[in-house]
Design a protein around this ligand. Structure first.
Ligand code: MN3
Length: 241
């Protein structure tokens, strides 16, 4: 290789490397905006739709009280609880990974903050359904979509008292269903089900009592009409990367 060609080759390699690098960075940035990473610890996020967007399955009054009072209180109390501690600048995923050492105020309010942001995100009308990749993973883990739905619904209906049901991508990149009490979630070291949550339902009475009273099973069945599969599919893709 003569000197000119050598210089041209180096220049070309540099351009290609730079392009690859910027593409990678672009993808990383884009994917982060779509996951739960970088959840704000300073600003209470807006509800991604109007209070009546999920009618008639989840009523506007419930959404308003749930978001503007319950969720906001968790956020405010979490921010107050982490103030002046090492958790103030820590991504919540990391805080959750050591939550057993963080104390009840951070555990309950941090979970309450995060869980509701995810819950609002995976709700919505008019999505098509699970993607081909997610469907294949569901079939592999549960046998069929119907069996998965039954398993998730049972987890939601049988959680005693207040809590959440979850579909998670486990550390082994398989799917699992489970439930947690109170405001715990599968990112917490105390959780019986562990992994990255991609679908969840809030089964605290405040999530359904105005419309469904004591009939939690009716609320759980109605929930399936307002799952935003486009978001769930995306969370799945990011979790298995
Ligand atoms: Mn709630």
């Amino acid at each position: 290789m003569n000197r000119i060609n050598f210089v041209k080759t180096i220049a070309l390699v540099s351009v290609l490397s730079f392009t690859a690098l910027t593409t990678m960075c672009g993808q990383t940035t884009n994917s982060k905006t779509n996951t739960m990473e970088n959840l704000s610890l300073t600003e209470f996020p807006a509800l991604p739709y109007a209070y009546d967007a999920l009618e008639p399955y989840i009523d506007a009054r419930t959404m308003e009280i749930h978001y503007d009072r319950h969720h906001r209180a968790y956020f405010n109390n979490f921010v107050a609880a982490i103030k002046g501690t090492s958790y103030e600048k820590m991504p919540v995923e990391q805080t959750f990974a050591e939550i057993s050492r963080a104390g009840d105020a951070i555990r309950n309010n941090g979970g309450g903050y995060y869980n509701h942001v995810l819950f609002w995100k995976i709700l919505g009308k008019g999505s098509s359904g699970p993607s081909a990749e997610l469907s294949a993973a569901i079939d592999k883990a549960f046998g069929s979509f119907d069996k998965f739905r039954e398993s998730f619904s049972t987890a939601a209906k049988t959680r005693f008292g207040s809590g959440w049901a979850w579909l998670v991508v486990t550390p082994e990149k398989t799917l699992a269903v489970g439930s947690t009490p109170n405001q715990d979630n599968p990112l917490m070291d105390v959780s019986p089900v562990k992994g990255t949550p991609i679908l969840t339902i809030d089964v605290w009475e405040h999530a359904y009592y105005l419309k469904y009273q004591n009939k939690r099973p009716d609320y759980v069945e109605a929930f399936w009409n307002v799952v935003n599969w486009d978001v769930v599919n995306q969370l799945y893709r990011e979790a298995v990367k």
